[in-house]
Each structure stands twice: as structure tokens, then as C-alpha cells.
Ligand binder design. Structure first.
Ligand SMILES: *Cc1c(COP(=O)(O)O)cnc(C)c1O
Length: 436
């Protein structure tokens, strides 16, 4: 039962060979750690192509893709109209390093779509977006400290790659060797859904900003308690700190205007990525004009990027965002509700729990839905690891970690939802049967 998938097939799978070669020339064989399947059973699969909601690995096996490139592919893989617009942009020139009309149109479209955006700047990754938003918040307020929520992920830069301090420690611990303690000292952490800790941090009067995922998807999907995000807004206002809502995952996913629209949240700065780039490397940060006006060259806070606003990436983003109509969001909600209605009773019947907000969901190997990172860490992670591999065998590609949300694309039909539910139910049974 627990034999690796490779030993069950007659020939050595191509993914297995590729992994061996990759490990010689790429650290750990992957270009981003979660892809290595360290937290689940078996070896990572190398993907060869995607079409609609399906992906095929290097050995020709087909999976229903519940990652969608970690969120961006809300319209599925290789959407013909998106492809056509990207191809046309590429043929006009891949990059100029000069302003283009499409950037202006895109910025107008983004500001119209998202309630918190009066001005926006494009960059190339979510990491850059949050890094620059943090610098801008520090530059704007003249304060150095930021508050980060445990279990939220904002990319891989020093200010946000920190872990909660142990016990009564005031300071965060560096989240990785190479991050100086002196840098981590400028970040304070608080559990998700915990306002008293936030208030304690803010009352010290030195906090530039709180950065938060409004609906975290990087500790699995967790819904904010009623009043939590409103409380962050209220407290930051009272204490002269900015509220940075990191919508890299939720932007254009939970609504056209992201979680801010869906949950009626006001933000000073917002970070976008993933869907906004339509599968190309593009992200953005923006917010109130008074704050964004401090950004270079309009103001003194420096920020730059050679490929920022790249025309091919902008074309992919615009083509994707243009197709996210009210009808598409209505269908996406329907898909989420249908999956929920069919899957949740099966999950609960097996003593597990499920969270869902719109088209983001997580099956937790824990009886009760978690509210924060500490509770997620208490899940049966080994069982999740078995579940993941079994789901692959049933042709469903879930994110390879208990700490990641699954994403539904807006193009699932009845047959695909059926495949999803059957595959995950069978995988849960097999994972739990294998429990020793
Ligand atoms: C993915 C993600 C990021 C980082 O984006 P990259 O493009 O991977 O750098 C930042 N914040 C959130 C909420 C994310 O989900």
C-alpha cells in the first residue's frame, strides 16, 4: 500500500529520472521548495502540459489540477483566448523597458476592479509586491516595525520570513538562516484571529504596518472570525499604522475586487499577484493615492524593476482579468458550493474537517476546523501525506502540503466535480486505512 508509485510501474517513470537529473543541477531538484513533495509521500511529478482543468505529467498520467499554478489559472490551462492575446503581445515585442499603453489600460482596469486601489504599480512576483509595500509603509509612516500574522505567507523576503518568538519573546525568530536577528527584531507576530495581541503590539507606537492575508491560504484555507479584519482596520487607524491586505492569493479569486470586496474591508495598501498575471510573472501593489504618491519617482521611497509591467505578462493578466465577469464568479461560487455539499459530509464522516471560502478549500486531518496556525500544526500530517499520494493515484492533484489551500477553477463541469469528489473520498479512505 505504501510502496512508492514508481515501483508499481513496469518502467522507471520519466519523472523519476528527471528528478535524479534535476537534483544534480538544481538544489533539491526544484525551483521552489514546496514542489519537492517533502511534506507528502512519494516523489514529485514533472508536468508536461495542461489543458483546461487537466494536467499531464511527463509519463502521460492525467490529473484534475487543484493547484492551477498555485492560484493563477482560474480559467484553466491554455485558455485559447488568453493564449491568443499573449502570443499577439509577444509578436509585438517581448519587452521594452519603456512605458506602454497596455500598462496604462491595465492600471485603470485594476483600479476599477479593486475597491482599495487608487493607484497601482506593477512588479513581477508577489514577493516583490509585499516587499515594496512594506518599504513604502515604513517610508510613509517613518516607523520601522511591522506586524505579521503567524502562518500567513507573504513571499520569501527577510521582513516577512519570520516565525513566532517562543514563549514570551517580544521578537520574531528569523524564518531561515541568512536572515539576521536584527532584521527579525523589526517584525512582531500575532496569531490569526487574535486582536488583543495586535493591540499590544500597536500600543508601543512604533508599528508601520500590519500585513495579513485576509483569508489565509498558506496555512490551508482559514476563514477570518467575524469582526477580525474590521478590528485590524480599526486598530491600525487608532494607532497610526497602515493596513496591508495581501491579496496575492485572494485577489480576483474571492471576488473581482478580492477579499476586500467580498468581506467589505478597507485597506491602505493591497498586494496582488497570481491571477492578476494570468499565469505569467506579474504582480502589483497599490492603494491610497496619498501613500502611493510617496513612491519613486513621484516621491522618495525607491522601487524599481527591469521587467515590471512586461508587455507579455500584462497581456496575460489583462486577458484573464477581462474574462472574469460576474457570470464567471457566479459559476465559481456554484462550483465551490457543489464541491462543499458533496465533499464536506464525507470528510466529517471520517473524523476530518474541511474549510472553504469561495473557490479555496482545505481538507484538514483534524476533527475540528482550525482557526490559526498552531491548530493546523496539530493535524495528522503523516495521514495527509498518504492522502496526497492516494489522490494522485485517483487522478486528483492536490497541493502537496497540509498547509496549502486547494483552488477550484471556474471551468469545472459536472463530470469533473464527480471525478474530484470520488477521487478525494477514495484517497481519504485509503489514507486512513493505512493508519497504523
Ligand atoms: C504566493 C503568495 C505570495 C508570494 O508570491 P510569489 O509570486 O510566489 O512571490 C505572497 N503572498 C501570498 C498571500 C501568496 O499566496
Amino acid at each position: 500500500m505504501s510502496a512508492p508509485i514508481s515501483s508499481q510501474q513496469p518502467e522507471t517513470p520519466k519523472s523519476h529520472d528527471l528528478l535524479a537529473r534535476a537534483r544534480r543541477v538544481i538544489p533539491g531538484g526544484v525551483n521552489s521548495p514546496v514542489r519537492a513533495f517533502a511534506a507528502v509521500e512519494g516523489e514529485p511529478l514533472f508536468m508536461a502540459r495542461g489543458e483546461g482543468p487537466w494536467i499531464w505529467d511527463a509519463d502521460g498520467n492525467r490529473y484534475l489540477d487543484l493547484i492551477g499554478s498555485w492560484g493563477p489559472l482560474i480559467l484553466g490551462h491554455a485558455h485559447p483566448e488568453v493564449l491568443a492575446e499573449v502570443t499577439a503581445a509577444l509578436q509585438r515585442g517581448s519587452s521594452f523597458g519603456c512605458p506602454t499603453e497596455a500598462e496604462v489600460l491595465f492600471a485603470e482596469e485594476l483600479c476599477a476592479a479593486h475597491p482599495a486601489l487608487e493607484q497601482v504599480r506593477l512588479c513581477s512576483s508577489g514577493t516583490e509586491a509585499t516587499m515594496h509595500a512594506v518599504r513604502l509603509a515604513r517610508g510613509f509612516t517613518g516607523r520601522d516595525v511591522i506586524v505579521k500574522i503567524d502562518g500567513c505567507f507573504h513571499g520569501a523576503h527577510d521582513a516577512v520570513l519570520v516565525a513566532a518568538g517562543s514563549g514570551v519573546a517580544t521578537f520574531a525568530r528569523p524564518g531561515s538562516p541568512g536572515i539576521p536577528q536584527a532584521v527579525a527584531n523589526l517584525t512582531r507576530t500575532a496569531p490569526f484571529n487574535d486582536l488583543p495581541t495586535i493591540e499590544r503590539h500597536l500600543s508601543q507606537g512604533d508599528v508601520a504596518a500590519i500585513i495579513v492575508e485576509p483569508v489565509p491560504g498558506n496555512m490551508g484555507c482559514i476563514a477570518p472570525d467575524p469582526g477580525y479584519l474590521e478590528g485590524l482596520r480599526e486598530l491600525t487607524r487608532q494607532h497610526g499604522a497602515l493596513l496591508i491586505i495581501d491579496e496575492v492569493m485572494t485577489g480576483f479569486r474571492l471576488a473581482r475586487g478580492g477579499a476586500c470586496e467580498r468581506l467589505s474591508i478597507d485597506a491602505d495598501l493591497v498586494c496582488l499577484g497570481k491571477i492578476v498575471g494570468g499565469g505569467m510573472p506579474l504582480a502589483a501593489f497599490g492603494g491610497k493615492a496619498e501613500i502611493m504618491g510617496r513612491l519613486s519617482p513621484a516621491g522618495p521611497v525607491y522601487q524599481a524593476g527591469t521587467l515590471s509591467g512586461n508587455p507579455v505578462a500584462v497581456a496575460a493578466g489583462r486577458a484573464t482579468v477581462a474574462r472574469l465577469t460576474p457570470a464567471v464568479y457566479a459559476r465559481l461560487e456554484e462550483i465551490g458550493e457543489e464541491v462543499d455539499r458533496r465533499l464536506r459530509p464525507e470528510v466529517r464522516a471520517r473524523g476530518l474537517s474541511m474549510t472553504r471560502v469561495g473557490s479555496m478549500f482545505t481538507i484538514y486531518f483534524r476533527a475540528e476546523e482550525p482557526r490559526d496556525f498552531e491548530q493546523v500544526k496539530g493535524c495528522d500530517l503523516a495521514a495527509f501525506g498518504r492522502f496526497h499520494r492516494r489522490a494522485l493515484r485517483h487522478g486528483v492533484y492536490m497541493p502537496p502540503s497540509q498547509f496549502e489551500a486547494a483552488f477550484l477553477p471556474a471551468i469545472l463541469g459536472a463530470a469533473e466535480i464527480d471525478h474530484l469528489v470520488r477521487g478525494l473520498v477514495a484517497a481519504m479512505d485509503e489514507a486512513l486505512a493505512a493508519r497504523s
